[in-house]
Ligand binder design. Structure first.
Ligand SMILES: Nc1ncnc2c1ncn2[C@@H]1O[C@H](COP(=O)(O)OP(=O)(O)OP(=O)(O)O)[C@@H](O)[C@H]1O
Ligand SMILES: [Zn+2]
Length: 720
């Protein structure tokens, strides 16, 4: 008897077995319809095998669906990713089908000539239409325009039966990228890096690289050249470029189009579903070479994947924390290994994990020494706020104000960086000291003046600013404490009323189109002062930007989680790295109350290696990543008692293990989100411990009730 294991999108740990009728041809990767209870469900076949009878009676595969078969590498990858993250393999598999769930784009209506039919009354305009059309088909309106006639003429020809209307399924055509369209002349470091990557691609097989170079050194140029050479060697090669932020995709797509004379495919949550379906179908059919996307593009059904680039690899946005919990960078390396492809992790500030792997020789370390051409790294200075405190209720110190003024006078641009959305991070009652929090979540409400609302950044809950204090009832007692980008912009407008200012944050720039517009006006010099969160601080090239002011350099350092220092160093290097990327040299001023902090001193000295070494020593002493591994178990539920009990049950059944410790259960730092109580346990293990195996054994001992949700976060980045 033939049996198929089928991955079904349900939170269950294994595939379900189904009998396969003798005459049915089924292969691994096929999409099938299988009965589950009273329903039919779509599933992916993960295995087909012969068995000699079974004592269980299996239900049968209903049918093999007409949809494309997933390539073997994609199925392997999905299964691997599920094991690594301890997720349900069926749910992981269903992310690989995301593009198929969208409706097809509407078919296009076109007109074409009916053979052998001539117009009864040939007029000049009718003849023009028929001559314009020749043997082609085209949309009626386009035809009328091309022939220079009114659309009534085309309609008349249709009514006469000379033309007929046909519907054409909109299949996306992806132009073939031309590797020789507009090559760059690389400098020696860039050329050496590009060659190393290209040679690995041509040789085939898994080859991981760290592409390490200061901001503006031309990492993008180097990997684009490797892409060109991969395409020259194999015109069917597929290449995936991952970016951490949708706001960055537009600029890269424009560069790819310039370089290769063809637009790449784009894949992220901002792309309309019918378009995503077209991309998915083109990728699985091998009709599309280059995909630029967010982390979810890793699950596309590539058939000939040769190279993955993870640009800004250090960026924590690659970590997905909602739904399936995974790290896009780590999964990219795994996918490359499974596909036998090269993978390039590119950054000016690589993560300690990646630096560790490169240092151990697991990744080849490619280095780009300096900024390209005459551009130099910005001069970075710390502004000690103890010596130059800003006036009460303002946030810009005198030296920073003066620098902005000078920059304005020279007709150059300023970026003021503050990684805080909204107007003020805290709203406080002057009468009783009450801090306004979200009703169902342990988080402070952030004031947004543009919308006039108080917003919880964690859940998106929002409410109008109350007239009276919800705690003591005092009226007119609520004050905004601290700055967000909107408040800094307000101050800038008061100081420099003649300057053109704008705010770049996820609130003012909600989608890719808005991002593109704002970035373009920055490039075109239509903005003098841009106040921005991290959304604008990374990746962009603004040639006239010469001053970066960091409003609160201490902000990230106060967090105190494992990666606070690393993240701050990376973020501020990226932000200051926006200055002086073209001919005019740039400078960066960092406002701080703690100029003696080692992270800030390393930044000012441009001493990345010194910072990394000190940080590595601390991590090693504590056996924390990258020297050890972590996993978090988060329990949440509306029923606090059930959550508590489950946490206790877990704590009671920890398997014996060496070189591994479990901490907790404890209240999560955010003990309440959307009305759900949260508890967490943290596992720390030495690098060589089978952490996933331990977790599986542990979870196998405890039954989690339906009212409690258990989230497993392997290699956690957020400790909330
Ligand atoms: N070989 C080259 N020829 C011409 N221009 C170059 C070359 N290398 C780099 N540049 C230019 O220098 C600027 C920075 O290059 P690029 O964006 O590739 O650097 P990057 O290292 O990827 O930067 P970041 O880390 O900040 O994203 C760009 O404007 C790019 O066009
Ligand atoms: Zn009050």
């Amino acid at each position: 008897m033939k049996v198929a294991s089928v991955l079904i999108p349900l939170p269950v740990p294994e595939a379900f077995d189904y009998e396969v009728a003798a005459e049915m041809a089924v292969e691994r990767g096929d999409q099938v319809a299988v009965p589950l209870g009273p329903r039919l469900m779509r599933g992916i076949v993960s295995e087909v095998r012969e068995t000699t009878g079974s004592n269980r009676r299996l239900k049968a595969v209903e049918m093999v669906l007409d949809d494309p078969r997933l390539p073997p590498g994609t199925v392997d990858f999905v299964e691997w990713a599920a094991r690594w993250t301890l997720s349900a393999p069926g749910e992981m598999a269903s992310t690989a089908l995301k593009g198929l769930r969208a409706p097809r784009p509407k078919p296009e209506r076109r007109v074409r000539r009916v053979e052998g039919r001539e117009p009864a009354r040939p007029t000049a305009s009718r003849t023009a239409v028929l001559e314009t059309l020749e043997g082609r088909s085209m949309p009626g309106a386009d035809l009328a325009r091309a022939a220079g006639v009114s659309s009534g003429v085309v309609k008349g020809l249709v009514d006469d039966g000379v033309l007929e209307v046909i519907e054409i399924e909109a299949v996306a055509a992806f132009d073939t990228p031309d590797p020789d369209h507009a090559p760059s002349i690389l400098n020696a470091d860039q050329a050496a890096s590009a060659s190393a990557i290209a040679e690995a691609v041509e040789a085939g097989g898994f080859a991981p690289f760290l592409l390490d170079g200061v901001t503006g050194s031309g990492k993008t140029e180097a990997y684009l050249e490797a892409v060109a050479r991969a395409l020259r060697a194999d015109p069917t090669a597929q290449i995936l470029i991952l970016l951490p932020e949708i706001a960055l995709t537009q600029a890269l797509i424009a560069r790819l189009s310039d370089r290769f004379g063809a637009d790449p495919a784009e894949w992220h949550s901002g792309i309309a579903p019918p378009r995503r379906r077209q991309v998915w179908e083109a990728v699985v059919a091998g009709r599309c070479n280059i995909v630029v996307g967010a982390r979810s593009a890793l699950f596309l059904p590539f058939v000939n994947l040769k190279l993955i680039v993870v640009d800004e690899e250090h960026d924590s946005s690659f970590k997905q924390e909602e739904g399936l919990v995974y790290h896009g960078r780590d999964l990219a390396v795994a996918r490359a290994r499974i596909e036998g492809a090269a993978v390039v992790l590119a950054s000016a500030t690589p993560s300690l994990e990646t630096l560790f792997n490169a240092g151990q020789g697991r990744y080849r370390w490619l280095k780009l020494g300096a900024r390209h051409g005459t551009a130099v790294l910005p001069d970075i200075r710390l502004l000690d706020l103890r010596q130059n405190p800003p006036d009460p209720q303002t946030w810009l110190s005198v030296p920073l104000r003066e620098a902005i003024g000078e920059t304005l006078l020279k007709g150059e641009q300023t970026l003021l960086f503050l990684n805080r959305r909204g107007y003020a991070p805290v709203v406080l009652c002057r009468a009783c000291g009450h801090r306004l929090t979200a009703p169902d979540t342990d988080s402070w409400l952030v004031e947004h003046r543009y919308t006039g609302r108080l917003v919880c950044h964690l859940t998106g809950f929002s409410m109008a600013r109350p007239k009276t204090c919800p705690s003591c009832g005092a009226s007119d007692s609520l004050v905004a404490v601290g700055p967000g980008v909107e408040r800094v912009e307000e101050e800038v407008r008061q100081l420099f009323p003649e300057a053109r200012t704008a705010v770049f944050s996820s609130d003012t720039v909600p989608d890719a189109r808005a991002a593109r517009a704002l970035i373009q006006s920055m490039i075109d010099g239509e903005i003098d002062i841009l106040v921005a969160t991290q959304a604008a601080a990374k990746g962009h090239n603004f040639p006239k930007l010469t001053l970066v002011g960091v409003v609160d350099a201490d902000l990230g350092l106060r967090g105190g989680d494992l990666r606070a220092a690393e993240r701050t160093f990376q973020l501020l290097t990226q932000a200051t790295g926006r200055a002086g990327r073209a001919e005019i040299p740039g400078r960066a001023l960092l406002q701080t109350w703690t100029p003696e902090h080692p992270v800030l001193r390393a930044l000012a000295a441009g001493d990345r290696d010194g910072f990394v070494e000190a940080e590595m020593d601390e991590r090693e002493a504590a056996s924390l990543p990258p020297f050890g591994r972590l996993a978090a178990l988060i329990l949440s539920g509306e029923n606090a008692v059930a959550v508590e009990k489950t946490a206790e049950a877990l704590a009671q059944s920890i398997p014996n293990a060496e070189r591994l410790e479990v901490y907790g259960p404890a209240d999560a730092p955010l003990a309440l989100i959307r009305g759900r109580r949260r508890k967490r346990l943290l596992v720390r293990a030495d690098r060589d411990v089978d952490l996933q195996g331990f977790l599986r054994a542990w979870l196998g001992r405890v039954k989690v009730p339906a009212s409690v949700r258990l989230t497993i976060d392997v290699d956690p980045y957020s400790f909330l």
